[in-house]
Design a protein. Structure first.
Length: 351
């Protein structure tokens, strides 16, 4: 079985060599579609052996990705972004996976900082998969779907225009295009990212009244939590967070946010309960949701250190802070707590 890697790029001269070399290390063919670069992106990609094609940008990521897929000749197609990286160990897993075949969609973990989630990454070309959505494009998996522990690491180096995605959505709406449920979800998030809280709330509430994916609805409730919180509407913020439980079991993030709410309200016992729930949260990485491991490890541990300090149990506070330090030994909060709690336990704290 052969593998084509497809990329859509624009003005990525700073990172294109890294990503193309990663693609070449796993693929039989690398297809790079340039959507209007004015730097050396095309020249660098060509020099490394990629097949480079031009595509006129139409404010539609799916259109560009579908064009790139149409140029691929491999039995399987894998997509990459210009700032994605494949480590050597993961590259070996990908090559073995593609060479054996026997699947229609391979879901690979996508890692961006602390956040990671599974994406449809390697697709059987004969299935004629198509990208959907002008922004935050997606291929809906079908057929035989497998999950791999191979990772793609997103290492962003340049700052994107924060209004780009929002403007694409608004242009679609102005042209009379009706956003599907998934696009409503992401449109609401883009409004939130740009601090347009009132509009974000309206769009997300509309999304929650539709038939979108339950995991997206739970995530939408978390976005509502932040929207209402930033808008100074605390009670509605809390209700939005609890509302997420209607769509999916509480995630560690939900539990930590609830714990922080009770801690801020002066209820240390309730805060302790919810931090404990975060530690034993049963969430899975492959349920389609965003996963941030800090909410199951560092955040509840350091939160419990604060809780037990508030309760006057400095020994337990120190122990929980040490547990937090085992996850992030150079974190400033951990180091500050360590100094403070050591002084508390030794009797040298002066207040």
């Amino acid at each position: 079985m052969t593998l084509s890697v497809c990329m859509i790029v624009r003005d990525e001269a700073q990172v294109i060599a890294r990503s193309v070399n990663c693609a070449i290390s796993v693929a039989d063919e690398v297809v790079v579609v340039d959507t209007g670069s004015v730097d050396d992106t095309r020249k660098i990609a060509l020099s490394l052996g990629a097949k480079v094609y031009d595509f006129e940008w139409t404010d539609d990521f799916s259109a560009a990705r579908n064009f790139s897929f149409s140029l691929a000749s491999g039995d399987y197609i894998m997509w990459l972004d210009a700032d994605d990286v494949i480590e050597e160990e993961d590259g070996a897993k990908i090559k073995e996976l593609a060479s054996k075949g026997g699947f229609d969609v391979a879901m690979l973990r996508y890692v961006s900082g602390n956040l990671h989630y599974f994406r449809e990454r390697i697709l059987k070309r004969s299935m004629d998969f198509e990208w959907q959505g002008a922004v935050h494009e997606v291929i809906v998996p079908r057929g035989k779907i497998i999950y791999s522990d191979a990772e793609i690491v997103h290492k962003k180096q340049k700052t994107s225009d924060p209004l780009r995605n929002l403007m694409i959505y608004q242009k679609c709406i102005a042209r009379g295009i009706c956003l599907d449920e998934r696009q409503k979800f992401y449109y609401g998030r883009e409004l939130f990212y740009n601090c347009m809280y009132g509009q974000a709330i309206a769009v997300i509430e509309e999304f929650l009244g539709g038939d979108g994916w339950s995991v997206n609805k739970a995530e939408a409730c978390r976005t509502l939590y932040y929207c209402y919180k930033n808008a100074g509407r605390g009670e509605e913020s809390l209700r939005s967070l609890i509302r997420a439980f209607l769509y999916a079991p509480p995630r560690a993030q939900d539990c930590c946010l609830l714990a922080m709410h009770f801690l801020d309200s002066g209820d240390a016992e309730c805060a302790k309960y919810w931090y404990m729930r975060a530690l034993d949260s049963p969430e899975r990485e492959d349920d389609g949701g965003f996963y941030d491991g800090d909410y199951k490890t560092f955040f509840p541990a350091i939160g419990l250190a604060v809780v037990f300090d508030r309760l006057g149990d400095y020994k337990k506070a120190y122990e929980w802070n040490e547990r937090a330090g085992s996850f992030k030994p150079s974190d400033p909060s951990y180091l500050h707590n360590k100094s403070y709690l050591s002084a508390r336990l030794s009797g040298g704290y002066n207040g």
